[in-house]
Design a protein around this ligand. Structure first.
Ligand code: ATP
Ligand code: MG
Length: 300
């Protein structure tokens, strides 16, 4: 497939899942089971598209690295077992590991709690020319912390700063922060892998029943499942407040893993294609230099 075709197809494909104007967004408008009309028979076509997409990403990443100007930040958020890890693994399978950094954010430790909430993520941002992947992120501060406000107490904020507006304020700060990043050459794309509660149950049961998957099971995940509605509300609020043209959210149907991966790959292709990447242009002086080097090697 020619890369122009692939980019065009990718653009059309991601449209229903791309959120750039938060105010209009409602989570219920996106069905976790959606497969974009690609049913059983067309699945090989999807597979081929993903393969071509992964190869194209590798080419783009090579140019991103050589050009050393832009960086790409991919933020992944989801309920447990939605397939974050698998999506990251598959979509990035073709790229050079030297140009890509994955950071997984867990509960913050003492040093992290001694700072503002963006601090640890800011320290993990990708350098120019690199792709940075956040497996969870500063968004946890308006998701898990919103669902469990007792976590706020551990953050040791001055009392008068902890008001009923704190999560709205954090969302505003995140929105501005992402604007700041994009003004500095970091392209931000955010993915919410939207799995249904039924499919999560099925995947948890599989983790319990399959000995090779037992290690993935955690009783805490089942406890969090009990807060499903509150989480969905928190996600909706966060997406509404932070979806912008320069830092869009992709709300990706996640009940079918193959489809999730396709949407994620297509969104990254779109982002990288829009940068009009190219290899650094060699100046006349540099070209003369290269010719000299070649001549001297040949003369050895
Ligand atoms: P997996 O389960 O596939 O290994 P995971 O991302 O779920 O991946 P876990 O170690 O299970 O990793 O969970 C990390 C936990 O850390 C999540 O429950 C998440 O909500 C929590 N967490 C992340 N950031 C924060 C934060 N800023 N404050 C509080 N909890 C956080
Ligand atoms: Mg987990």
């Amino acid at each position: 497939m020619a890369s122009n075709d692939l980019v065009e197809r990718a653009r059309r494909f991601i449209k229903p899942f791309r959120v750039t104007d938060g105010e209009k967004f409602r989570l219920k408008d996106i069905d976790p089971g959606d497969t974009g009309g690609i049913d059983g028979e067309r699945k090989p076509e999807a597979k081929e598209m993903l393969q071509a997409g992964v190869e194209l990403l590798a080419d783009y990443q090579d140019m991103l690295y050589a050009q050393d100007r832009w960086s790409l930040l991919l933020v992944f958020q989801a309920m447990d077992a939605a397939g974050k890890d698998g999506a990251i693994k598959h979509v990035m399978s073709g790229v050079n590991p030297q140009g890509c950094q994955v950071t997984s954010f867990k509960q913050p430790g003492p040093q992290e709690l001694d700072h503002d909430f963006l601090w640890r993520c800011n320290a993990a941002l990708p350098e120019r020319g690199r792709i940075g992947i956040f497996n969870r992120s500063y968004y946890e501060e308006v998701l898990v912390v919103r669902v469990h406000p007792e976590i706020l107490e551990k953050q040791r904020l001055p009392k008068e700063l902890v008001t009923d507006d704190i999560f709205d304020e954090r969302c505003k700060d995140i929105r501005r922060y992402e604007k700041y990043l994009s003004r500095n050459g970091t392209v931000v794309r955010k993915f919410f892998l939207h799995v249904s509660k039924d499919e999560q149950k099925r995947r948890f049961l599989e983790r319990l029943e399959n000995p090779e998957k037992n290690w993935k099971f955690s009783a805490a995940d089942v406890r969090e499942r009990g807060h499903w509605k509150e989480y969905m509300h928190a996600y909706e609020q966060a997406i509404r407040a932070t979806a912008t043209e320069e830092a869009p959210w992709y709300v990706v149907p996640a009940d079918n893993k193959w489809f999730t991966r396709l949407v994620v790959a297509a969104a990254i292709i779109d982002a990288m294609d829009s940068l009009k990447l190219h290899y650094p242009i060699v100046s006349d002086a540099q070209r003369a230099e290269l010719a000299k080097a070649r001549a001297s090697l040949l003369a050895e």
